[in-house]
Ligand binder design. Sequence first.
Ligand code: PSU
Ligand code: MN
Length: 305
Amino acid sequence: MNKWIQFSAEVAEAAAQQRPIVALESTIISHGMPYPVNVETALEVEQIIRDEGAVPATIAILDGKIHVGLAEEELQLLARTDDVLKVSRRDLPYALATGKPGATTVAATMICANLAGISVFVTGGIGGVHRGAEHTMDISADLLELSKTDVAVVCAGAKSILDIGFTLEYLETHGVPVIGYQTNEFPAFYSRHSGFEANYKLDTPEQVAVFLQTKWNLGLKGGAVIGNPVPEKDELPRQQIDTVINQALEAAEKQGVHGKAVTPFLLDRVKELTLGESLTTNIALVRSNAHVGAQIAMALNSGTV
Ligand code: PSU
Ligand code: MN
């Protein structure tokens, strides 16, 4: 496996000392946010995790290797280069075999984190079942990955560019637990409320750690979704975002956008239509998830659960 994995010095040292490590994805850097906010946010989120007492491991594919922990120049490259591949499960062998730079999605980051022995992963939002999936079959590989790879994903829920109800049904079918962190509701990324319930409300990092440990001790494969709602002060009004999302969905349909281009297209459109307001919210929720994810990793690592 070492043939494929390149640890940064910081992450290698943390692993040797059995310190808590938190994985971070790179699609959010290359395809989710514009330059230079993408790299600034990536660096800031890493620092939040360090300040909480854990070690950040941003994951990407570079020079035919899975990089676990990135240097600032590597983050810069992922943030500025136009043709970085968006790498999900199916794309991993292609990116590794060709040596092309690749940014990992939630699914691919889970796979790489698992290979590297990391069980907590922080991101913004997960992919899901797209609206109209009954016609297009557009369901993110993130969801199936959650059913088979033992990594907990801390996120702010799923965006309403997706069909949140279908997404939750799909996760239920595949046995993926959806936890509301200090909330009964599954959050809707830009807003704290989706109108859909999470499976369980857990209130502390320790409670989440005990839950995860129990699942994995039982040999129940797969991860869990930990939905941490965006802080109230950074939330976007539901109606405003719904209008914008509908406009973005119409544009995608008109332009015939399909396949893996759909999610980045919609995100970009939403950002333009809210004049950057959605980006501010996106940054705020990732920061908040970094605090929670680091605390969960610490609790899991404490030896008391
Ligand atoms: N949702 C977001 N921001 C993102 C993504 C999703 O709010 O950046 C990215 C994540 O990397 C996620 C991927 O894993 O998009 C899902 O893409 P797809 O729907 O093509 O599986
Ligand atoms: Mn898709």
